[in-house]
Write a protein that binds this ligand. Structure first.
Ligand code: ZN
Length: 433
């Protein structure tokens, strides 16, 4: 068996891993885990340089619906992939809205986008968590909740060992199980994330492919971050200004709605993001994926993703009207790093007013307008605040504890999805060579 990391090996975007059960043999099974878009300078390997051509990939597993894990799926299908796409039910629900948004920024016509959406829908299947399912050639898989965004999962595969690799019955060599198990962590979430249950503890495995985005640091806890959000908002809105919060449509927007509801925000909150609203509706519809806290709130009559002064701004003309609004108000809009989208219009207009404030609640990549504003390289009159603790990724302690929660330590660990310095720090904590 051979595993090749075709993306996000030593960086955090463009996730793509290939498992070949018998490389070079027609008898083998080829499995891709994720097929994500690389961002910035992260490497993007053309499909014709993959060890296996798209038409020879049997299965594509998607750990979750972030674009850096699914963004190249349309291109993979265009390049000849016709296997099965396997994910959780919630990821299946998020897949087409997320890819529709991604494709609308490409050269594809409306007709081509619709055709591709039908193709993705035909090839993709939602599966239950915690159940074992069979693939061809005796391979099985089981999905566990990763707690990163709605529907995110880690995958445990069991590959039958070839008979000649097993020791004879009376051999006193180390006993080998008849299967070789591999876990792909995908992106692991934090504990106490709003709406989502904590990541499931993993079963043991022979090989663990582990993400390491925050392998070198620990986050502030959720209680602290809600308190900071409340204190900063109260201060920022005291002069009747507007607070702008750039946020990713999938995950962060829903967390903010949830937390603004918990702190009983009195001012109007506008979600000025058609994709963010579509995703929020999917989150609201998939209650079975919520954690106990969110379910209990709903049972008590307090919907965790809705509150009295929360307003949806869907149409472009309503967005234009919102530009004339007077504070106090909170406006949440995409894109999360201010590289485009409706937040740009708001910031162009609002950042020259000292009454207004800009809150960063997410990672701002190098070179993005968000990062330049965060580093005060773009002069503005509004106050800029960076709230820490908003991360959809497990920190170092959570990653280490997750690995330790395995009944037996993994035979081998390979770190992926992290910058080299984060991987080095995590490798040290895990005692890897
Ligand atoms: Zn992710």
């Amino acid at each position: 068996m051979k595993i090749t990391h075709l993306g996000a090996k030593e960086c955090v975007t463009g996730s793509c891993h290939l498992v070949q059960t018998r490389p070079g043999s027609k008898e083998g099974v080829n499995i891709l885990v994720d097929c994500g878009m690389a961002q910035g300078h992260d490497p993007k390997i053309p499909f014709d340089q993959f060890p296996v051509q798209p038409q020879d990939v049997d299965y594509l597993f998607l750990t979750h619906a972030h674009i850096d894990h699914i963004g190249r799926v349309p291109d993979l299908i265009d390049a000849g992939f016709k296997g099965e796409i396997i994910c959780t039910h919630a990821t299946k629900a998020l897949l087409i809205p997320m890819l529709h948004d991604g494709m609308s920024f490409s050269n594809r016509s409306h007709k081509e986008i619709r055709r591709m959406e039908r193709a993705i829908d035909d090839l993709s299947w939602g599966f239950e968590l915690h159940e074992t399912f069979s693939l061809k050639k005796g391979i099985t898989f089981k999905l566990g909740n990763a707690g990163h965004i709605l529907g995110s999962c880690f995958i445990r595969f069991c590959f039958p060992r070839l008979p000649h690799t097993l020791p004879p019955n009376n051999s006193n060599k180390r006993s080998l199980t008849p299967t070789y198990s591999v876990i792909f962590s995908g992106d692991l979430g934090c504990c106490d994330t709003p709406i989502l249950p904590d990541p499931d503890p993993p079963e043991s495995c022979d090989l663990l492919i582990l993400e390491s985005t925050y392998g070198d640091r620990n986050h502030t806890n959720r209680k602290q971050r809600i308190e900071t959000l409340k204190t900063l908002l109260d201060k920022a809105l005291a002069d009747n200004g507007i607070v702008y919060i750039p946020a990713f449509s999938l995950g962060r927007t829903q967390e903010l709605i949830y937390e603004l509801d918990r702190i009983k925000t009195k001012v109007p909150v506008f979600i000025d993001s058609p994709l963010g609203l579509k995703i929020t509706k999917i989150y609201a519809d998939l209650e079975s994926f919520w954690d106990q806290e969110a379910k209990a709130l709903k049972a008590d009559g307090d919907h965790p993703l809705d509150f009295k002064n929360l307003y949806s701004v869907e149409k472009y003309r309503d967005h234009k009207q919102l530009m004339d609004i007077k504070g106090p108000a909170v406006i949440i809009a995409g894109s999360g790093m201010c590289t485009g989208g409706r937040i740009v219009d708001h910031l162009e207009q609002g950042l020259n007013d000292s009454k207004n404030d800009l809150f960063f609640v997410g990672y701002q990549a190098k070179g993005t307008p968000g990062r330049r504003m965060m580093e005060k390289k773009i002069p503005v009159k509004a106050a800029i605040h960076t709230l820490s603790g908003y991360s959809a990724h497990a920190d170092q302690n959570t990653l280490v504890n997750w690995v330790k929660s395995m009944p037996k330590p993994p035979g081998k660990i390979i770190l992926v999805h992290g910058e080299p310095h984060a991987q080095k720090a995590l490798a040290q904590r895990l005692g890897l060579k």
